[in-house]
Ligand binder design. Sequence first.
Ligand SMILES: NC(=O)c1ccc[n+]([C@@H]2O[C@H](COP(=O)([O-])OP(=O)(O)OC[C@H]3O[C@@H](n4cnc5c(N)ncnc54)[C@H](OP(=O)(O)O)[C@@H]3O)[C@@H](O)[C@H]2O)c1
Length: 289
Amino acid sequence: MKIALIGANGQLGSDLAKVLPARGHDLLPLTHADVEIADGESVAAMMQKHRPEIVLNMAAFHKVDVCEEEVEKTFAVNAYGVRNLALACRAHGATLVHMSTDYVFGGDRRRNVPYVETDMPAPINVYGVSKLAGEHLMRYLLDRYFIFRVSGLYGVAGSSGKGGNFVELMLRLAREGKDIRVVDDQRLTPTYTVDLAHQTAAVIETEQYGLYHATSQGDCTWYEFAAEIFRQSGLSPNLDRAKTGDFGEKATRPAYSVLENRALQEIGMDLMRPWQEALGAYLGEREQE
Ligand SMILES: NC(=O)c1ccc[n+]([C@@H]2O[C@H](COP(=O)([O-])OP(=O)(O)OC[C@H]3O[C@@H](n4cnc5c(N)ncnc54)[C@H](OP(=O)(O)O)[C@@H]3O)[C@@H](O)[C@H]2O)c1
């Protein structure tokens, strides 16, 4: 299939840029310099020029704390940007594939069982609200779409929007001999972008359109994730528990945003492995790089 990949040099985008051609697809990798999704004309011109069958959108404004203050920009990219893509896909009969987030949840403070796709979202920060708006805009405009809600991404390219990834930050702090404090009151599922790229590619090759949760299996707090990174890397820095708010973050974050890949299981396509195994694979990949 002819696939336009927007955000091809980002963290997840760069893994998709390897996985999709390897599966025989005709890939058009696009960077921010090639297309600005917040600009409807830029999106329309891209579609007119390349006429892809599938548009894969990795672009987002996702510095969660900055989003609290830059609300217009957040909505311009995460909501209107997605609308621009949905309108262009509708006009050209193309399928839109989009990444959303576990942060569409979090409003239920007593929650302790994983969220499934049919659970009612209740975001608690601007980023989450904007991503949910993007989902809704695309769902009402299109019949043929895939939305993947993903969580805590890490990949060798590092997130360009966030400046690196959590694993690399932990390893750097440990190497520098710093005392490390990590929040132990936010539970989620960190997810390796290579696994997610394979999962995404497999599903979009079907006609099983819709909304999917797609994270690794299991869950942990950020503190537990850090402890496992150090355990698997043979490092033993001073690691302490912190609480949400200890670092003066502007955005509220969900205490619990674990997703269950229920819709993937229902179509027999949940390819994701336990988060500890995925972390091991990532640490191996970065060694090779
Ligand atoms: N990272 C996470 O932990 C996480 C968690 C949950 C959901 N997600 C979602 O997963 C997706 C991918 O995340 P990621 O970490 O791979 O992101 P990323 O590394 O920041 O990559 C985003 C890519 O999109 C480009 N881009 C940004 N704004 C754009 C715009 N307005 N128009 C066109 N291109 C633009 C970026 O280019 P420039 O860098 O040159 O601007 C970059 O290539 C996003 O939708 C995000 O909301 C991520």
